[in-house]
Design a protein around this ligand. Sequence first.
Ligand SMILES: [Zn+2]
Length: 60
Amino acid sequence: MLLWVAAAAIGILVTFILIFKYTKTGKNDVIGYSSKCKKCGEETNGLKCPKCESVKKDWR
Ligand SMILES: [Zn+2]
């Protein structure tokens, strides 16, 4: 019985930590959608990154 209680307490604690981490990083990051460019971190608001796009164009 004690083991069950301890396991439940640890489980709740872990979920709380995960929720705290997710809320800290932002809901957008949880969904997989970020307002910032993944490559350079420039704010794009979901649009294509102007910096990385220009780099791609230069590559061609
Ligand atoms: Zn970029």
